[in-house]
Ligand binder design. Structure first.
Ligand code: NDP
Length: 401
């Protein structure tokens, strides 16, 4: 059962349908039934596969549990919004099904995300013989798997990690976000944070930046943000002396964002408007293009990877592993843009490995806690081929801590 029929949910549904030997019965459930039906129609036309659809409010645990009991899925792939994570995990525990998501829990009324809320489910999932796989998109997701793969095959000790995320695409719109606008804007207007010498260093939003050269794209201005996978990676790879996350933003994007912030449109504090309470950021989301409406005519590509420095056989080593993904190719294959695609494909692969028993262990886990090799092999098979460069110069010359 896939919950959430947005940009990412559409990709997961298409990719599961394209692998119907594993995903024999698929249901796409979301708040708005017509969105599920539109995706089901495309899947029928493009891949000749029938999927079921259902309307559900995933914040209503009894309603979601009743739907799960009726349809008896083996697992739930949660690609709704981070606000729903705990409710969907509760419904999975109540009904005895496995769980996977692509973003960690975030309370609606506070722009703050961390794993503690979901890690607290560890005993309940383990004792019920159920598995919850957290953060199985691209970042978080593949970036954790890339890091685990680097640590397993190329290093005796990984010391410096820079996750570099570039979207060099052009959707032709003045301003739009590539995943849910509300979640995206909450993420990038927060203070930045990175890990250095055993503690978090907090910085004003977007205050550290530099040009980084991306394969097949060239240099793009890249900004240090706090991103959720840093929290689990520094825990699971304690040899890391520093871990940072960089994301590219164009000048026009930043200008729009600054204006929106300056006029109060990114606030999550409710205001009184014509006799009702509205949240400015939620209203802004309603007027911006939705992520699943961007793919037609979207040009260019994304490039996301991990740049690692550490020790191998007593010597310094650098390692860069990345994937580039073309927006137009994604539209052609599953009617989506590359940001939805690079999230949805890993979610499908994680679910596949769980259902096949390759990655199946009761409890709550982040992706880097499993053997990365089968996942890396599936990425090459399902549309996200990766490339590696060993002992190449990396753009970060500030290694002396
Ligand atoms: P969208 O806004 O396009 O889609 C979200 C979908 O969830 C919508 O269809 C929405 O329904 C549905 N939904 C919201 N609330 C509920 C609810 N209470 N019950 C049922 N359905 C609900 O977002 P995206 O597809 O871009 O993002 C989906 C998720 O993927 C987000 O959590 C995002 O953070 C995550 N993500 C992760 C990435 C990664 O690399 N790890 C990258 C990109 C995204 P409706 O249409 O009715 O509003």
């Amino acid at each position: 059962m896939i919950v959430g029929a947005g940009g990412v949910g559409g990709v997961v549904a298409h990719k599961c349908a394209m692998n119907s030997n594993v995903f024999t019965d698929i249901v796409l459930a979301s708040r708005t039934l017509s969105k599920c039906e539109a995706i089901a129609r495309d899947i029928r036309e493009m891949h000749g596969v029938e999927i079921a659809v259902a309307a559900v409010d995933a914040d209503n645990v009894p309603e979601l549990s009743a739907l799960i009991r009726e349809l008896k899925p083996a697992m739930v792939i949660n690609v709704a919004l981070p606000y729903q994570d705990l409710h969907i995990m509760d419904a999975c525990l109540e009904t005895g099904v496995h769980y996977l998501d692509t973003a960690n829990y975030e309370p609606v009324d506070e722009a703050k995300f961390e794993y503690s809320w979901q890690w607290a489910y560890q005993d309940r999932f383990r004792d019920s013989g159920l598995m919850a796989l957290l953060g199985c998109g691209f970042d978080p997701g593949v970036t954790g798997i890339f890091t685990a793969y680097a640590a397993k095959h190329h290093f005796d000790e990984i010391q410096y990690l820079d996750i570099v995320d570039c979207n060099a695409g052009d959707h032709g719109k003045a301003f739009a976000t590539n995943f849910n606008p509300e979640i995206n804007i909450r993420e990038i207007t927060q203070n930045g944070r990175y890990w250095e010498s055993g503690k978090w260093v907090e910085i004003p939003p977007m205050s550290i930046h530099k040009p980084i050269a991306y394969p097949n794209i060239g240099e793009r201005e890249s900004y240090v943000l706090y991103h959720e996978e840093l929290e689990s990676l520094v825990k699971n790879f304690p040899t890391l002396k520093r871990a940072r996350f960089w994301m590219t933003f164009g000048e026009a994007y930043i200008n729009h964002l600054q204006v929106l912030q300056n006029v109060g449109m990114t606030s999550i504090e409710p205001i009184e408007y014509q006799g009702m309470q509205i949240v400015p950021l939620q209203f802004l989301k309603a007027v911006l293009p939705a992520p699943d409406q961007l793919s037609e005519g979207y040009k260019g590509e994304t490039s996301i990877g991990c740049q690692v420095r550490g020790l191998k056989d007593g010597k310094d080593r650098t390692y860069y592993v990345y994937n580039n993904c073309s927006h137009a190719d994604c539209h052609e294959e599953v009617r989506a843009q590359a940001v939805s695609y690079t999230t949805g494909v890993p979610a499908m692969i994680g679910a596949m490995l769980m259902l096949q028993g390759t990655w199946m262990q009761p409890g709550v886990y982040n992706v880097e806690e499993f053997d990365p090799d089968p996942f890396m092999a599936e990425l090459n098979r399902h549309g996200l081929p990766w490339h590696e460069q060993i002992d190449v110069p990396l753009p970060h010359d500030d290694y002396a801590l």
